[in-house]
Design a protein around this ligand. Structure first.
Ligand code: ADP
Length: 503
């Protein structure tokens, strides 16, 4: 990559992150770093200041086609299909090692680009991505079928094999840019697919830097291709491309529906990880300090920009006031600031668009009669900061209760003393989404009974936002199709073939 001469963008960046930010940014297609075919670039902004950080290539349908054809060639012939599972696993493991060695650099880039606190990126985003690659590297040698006894007779031998699905298009969002890239790339590569990954236009930096590590790790040309560009001009032609066998998307439910439609041309396989409006449910017997701190962190972690954020808080009426005032106290004490400041606990939202969107929800809450117990406004003079916000006096039918806000904004509702678990679960399940939920109680039976009743892909008990490469994650209802991570995700990237032999 060519090195440009522009000045270091922020004195808090280490030498490695500064060198990357000020270098010329290129997409990664067919093993080469390249500009957009049309020669166009677009700006990347620092959400803490609104200032431009750098320019990245503006990929379009021509670049998509180049990348898909490279991935097709790498899948259909060449080094990748011939590579042993053990060697594929080693490459993924090497990528994990390289990423780990650059933890500080990636944490700083993520913080600069997305706005999140660097202290969090260092202990969450980067190590979770490293773990994911390591975990998936182990599956490379363990994707297998089974032998199946047939009722048709004893003189048959039947077995299944799991084969890589082919060329996979992966489109990711901006809330965990590096981690989402890892969630997507890890399993697809482990089972032997080739990939075209489109980064979110708001946060391309760690994905572009990861492409350099992918090259350094030694993946053959065309196996991983990384594009930057906008949703309609770059994401849409990728989702629709006829030479793509499968599309995996993480993002809004609205765009998820467009992806599903775009995939119908060649009926490519689709998995979607979409929005949520997850309940955090506090019973009166819960460890109240832990539950209040947990409910606050469930919504304020990552500025509330988590698809599984605990954005609907339910507390038993006997503890409702205590819970709301406890969460509001925490909201009032959270230290907001630029992500690169090591003492920052809550950074800005990712973009001006997101800032306007969340402010729109605050306005709607106000107009529809919600009571603001904490926050409810912008913070500071510049950048996209929204103060952690707690609303009570809300009910279903209000926009702030029904719709995903994707910001540090929680709506609190009480449940009645005489509400049985079925009624409570009906309240918690009253959403088009079904991604996650948390239940806070010391009653082990009530916890498991609620876990059974909740319609969501993840139920946490006495915790929230616990992720592990080994745990499947994904949604019921309009929260998506399929699961990320764990052994489950391997099904997303493999076809099953049944072979029957007449003996
Ligand atoms: P958000 O609304 O939170 O920005 P989106 O769902 O719009 O999230 O974006 C997630 C990803 O989907 C991004 O990489 C974006 O560029 C991409 N995208 C947006 N619109 C489309 C589309 N019509 N087709 C394919 N990808 C899209």
């Amino acid at each position: 990559m060519a090195t440009a001469t522009s000045p270091i963008v922020d004195s808090r960046l280490g030498a490695a992150a500064s060198a990357f930010v000020t270098s010329k940014h290129q997409m990664y297609i067919d093993g080469k770093f390249t500009s957009a075919s049309a020669g166009k670039t677009f700006p990347v902004y620092n959400p803490a200041t609104g200032e431009e950080i750098c320019q990245v290539p503006e990929g379009d349908h021509v670049d998509v086609d180049r990348a898909v054809r490279a991935a097709r060639r790498a899948f259909d012939g060449g080094a990748w299909p011939a590579m042993s599972p053990s060697k594929r696993g080693q490459l993924l493991y090497r990528l994990a090692d390289l990423l780990e060695q650059h933890t500080d650099e990636f944490a700083e880039l993520e913080s600069l680009d997305n706005g999140k606190p660097v202290s969090i990126a260092r202990v969450a985003d980067v190590p979770l991505a490293v773990d994911l690659f390591r975990y998936m590297s182990g599956w490379a040698t363990k994707t297998m079928g089974s032998t199946i006894p047939l009722s048709a007779g004893n003189d048959f031998l039947s077995y299944t094999v799991r084969e890589p699905i082919g060329v996979v298009a992966q489109i990711i969002p901006w809330n965990f840019p590096l981690l989402m890239a890892a969630w997507k790339l890890g399993p697809a590569l482990a089972v032997g697919c080739t990939v075209v990954l489109k980064l979110a236009e708001q946060t391309p930096l760690t994905g572009l830097r990861l492409a350099q590590l992918i090259e350094e790790a030694g993946f053959p040309a065309g196996v991983v291709n990384v594009l930057t560009g906008f949703g309609e001009a770059c994401g849409a032609p990728l989702a629709a491309h006829d030479l793509v066998d499968k599309v995996a998307f993480t993002g809004s439910t609205e765009v998820g529906k467009l992806i599903a439609k775009a995939a119908t041309g060649n009926l490519k396989k689709v998995t979607l990880e979409l929005g949520g409006k997850s309940p955090a449910i506090i019973f009166p017997d819960a460890d109240m300090d832990a539950a209040i701190a947990g409910a606050a962190s469930a919504i304020f972690f990552n500025q509330g920009q988590c698809c599984c954020a605990g954005s609907r808080l339910f507390a038993h009426e006997s503890v409702f006031d205590q819970v709301v005032s406890g969460v509001s106290d925490i909201a009032g004490k959270i230290k907001m600031g630029e992500g690169l400041d090591p003492s920052t606990e809550l950074g800005p939202l990712v973009s001006d668009e997101q800032f306007a969107r969340v402010n729109g929800f605050l306005k709607s809450g106000r107009e529809q009669g919600a009571k603001f117990v904490a926050g409810g406004k912008e913070h500071g003079g510049r950048g996209y900061f929204v103060a952690p916000t707690v609303m009570s006096g809300v009910k279903p039918g209000m926009k702030v209760v029904d719709e995903e806000i994707f910001g540090p904004v929680v709506v609190a509702q009480s449940f009645a003393s005489d509400a049985d678990l079925d009624r409570l679960a009906a309240q918690a399940n009253d959403s088009i989404y079904g991604l996650a939920a948390s239940v806070w109680t010391r009653d082990i039976s009530a916890a498991h009974k609620m876990a059974r009743r909740i319609k969501a892909g993840t139920v946490w008990v006495n915790c929230h936002n616990v992720f592990d490469a080994a745990l499947p994650f994904g949604g019921y209802k309009q929260s998506g199709w399929g699961r990320e991570m764990g052994a489950e995700v391997l099904n997303n990237y493999t076809e099953v073939k049944a072979v029957t032999v007449k003996l």
